[in-house]
Design a protein around this ligand. Structure first.
Ligand code: LLP
Length: 425
């Protein structure tokens, strides 16, 4: 099997390496659980989008919710990437990492007035607005600040992305976006508000999408609206088709960025919109296969019904299996000879839902290191301190070596902001 994450990830004489760095060595040096990211792999993924869009007006806005480590943002910003943010916290983070406000789109179904003010002050490129009420609030906030807020309307195209229900977002039943049949009215309303400047249209139909067809359906629906909106006298600059391109965790065969972008551009051309600026908001497809989570085997627990391999990473470190029953490959960092019974790989958290992989054939001994692959997206980003577990350290590897890009949390610091009640204990 090709390792998801290749060519950065490779097995060399039995040892799993990321860009030539043995994961087993990194685990010994930095401890576990440990996230390890490949900078070259992220930049290659970005370059594929950039190449496919060359010569076209475009902006790639990395959906930083996938992995918001400062070094990840820094690497992508330095390579010319823009960002898709969904909170004031993300805005602060990306500016701290060197991202340019003029290349930021602000998505999200519930922005606070404070976040709107913050983003206006920073000078973000565009607000992706999701409701009439949000248009009114943003208009008021912008007028209070004596400026006009650039807006795009996020339309819910009612397209089935064919993905897990928790991460499908483009269906009528989802909370996201403005219904397609109300969008024209919403545009007229937006254009009538003095605190707003209508800039574009956007959608995001879901995540881990493994086909091109739903994108083309969504684009068609957007272009129908663009034509109707412009016919009513409101010009639009850009079309933003969101993110969502899937990656191979196992046997999936998603289209690559080149194929997806080519199909989108061909459809834009075919419908006479070739000159329009195209925005994309990829998250997972830029960073997912660039990262792994390394964990140590604590206790192999053979049982009557099941064998459990208890490791030191848990659902608090990597929530995707517990939350979505997501399948993620698990590989030994160093191959071991001998029998490989089938294990459920589980963490130490006090929940039966705390598992990283089920029915995995592995030859393991206590102290061995395992790597959960394709963990660069929505891994650390969704980590929590459940069970008062400190969050993992993160390192980034590149041609210069290994960089510690986030220190391991210290248990005592987790309750630093808490206060005991006054009076005797
Ligand atoms: N744009 C918007 C407005 C989004 O809501 C998202 C993701 C993206 C872009 C990026 O989508 P991507 O290219 O990463 O698929 N935690 C889940 C994924 C949640 C995605 C939420 N929105 C998971 O681990 O699978």
């Amino acid at each position: 099997m090709t390792l998801p994450g290749a060519p950065s990830l490779a097995r060399v004489r039995g040892a799993l390496q990321l860009d030539g760095h043995a994961l087993d060595d990194l685990a010994r040096r930095y401890g576990t659980p440990l996230y390890v990211y490949s900078r070259p792999s992220m930049l290659r993924a970005l370059a594929a989008y950039q190449r496919a869009l060359q010569g076209r007006r475009h902006l790639i806005c990395y959906a930083m919710k996938a992995n918001a480590n400062l070094a990840v943002l820094q690497a992508l910003a330095a390579a010319g990437c823009g960002f898709d943010i969904v909170s004031g916290g993300e805005l602060e983070r990306v500016l701290a990492a060197g991202g340019q406000a003029g290349r930021i789109v602000f998505s999200g179904v519930g922005k606070t007035r404070a976040e709107m003010r913050q983003a206006l002050l920073a000078g973000v490129r565009c607000f992706n607005v999701e409701s009439l009420a949000e248009l009114d609030t943003l208009d008021a906030v912008a007028r209070e600040q004596g400026c006009r807020a650039p807006v795009s309307l996020r339309v819910n195209p009612d397209v089935d992305a064919g993905t897990h229900p928790y991460i499908a977002t483009g269906l009528k039943a989802n909370k996201f976006g403005i219904a397609h049949d109300q969008a024209l009215h919403a545009y007229r309303h937006a254009a009538s508000l003095p605190g707003l400047r209508v800039l574009g249209i956007d959608c995001h139909i879901g995540s881990q999408i493994v086909q091109v067809a739903p994108y083309l359906d969504a684009l068609d629906r957007l272009l129908d609206l663009v034509e109707a909106v412009e016919a009513s006298g409101i010009p639009l600059q850009h079309v933003d088709v969101g993110g969502g391109l899937g990656i191979a965790y196992g046997s999936e065969q998603p289209p690559d960025a080149t194929e997806l972008v080519a199909a989108l551009l061909a459809r834009l051309d075919a419908r006479g919109h070739g000159a329009r600026e195209l925005l994309l908001e990829p998250g997972r497809s830029l960073v997912g296969n660039a990262g792994v989570l390394v964990t140590e085997v604590l206790v192999p627990k053979p049982g009557v019904h099941k064998n459990f391999c208890v490791v030191d990473a848990a659902m608090n470190d990597l929530l995707r299996p517990a939350l979505y029953e997501a399948w993620m490959a698990i590989e030994p960092c160093v191959e071991r000879a001998g029998p490989a019974p089938t294990w459920d790989v589980v963490g130490p958290v006090c929940e039966s839902g705390d598992w990283l992989g089920r029915d995995r054939a592995l030859a393991v001994q206590p102290g061995d290191h395992l790597a959960v692959l394709s963990a660069g997206a929505y891994g650390m980003a969704m980590a929590s301190n459940y069970n008062s577990r400190p969050r993992a350290a993160e390192v980034m590897v590149d041609a210069d070596g290994v960089h510690l890009v986030r220190e391991r949390e210290q248990p005592g610091r987790l309750f630093e902001g808490e206060h005991l009640l006054p009076g005797p204990p």
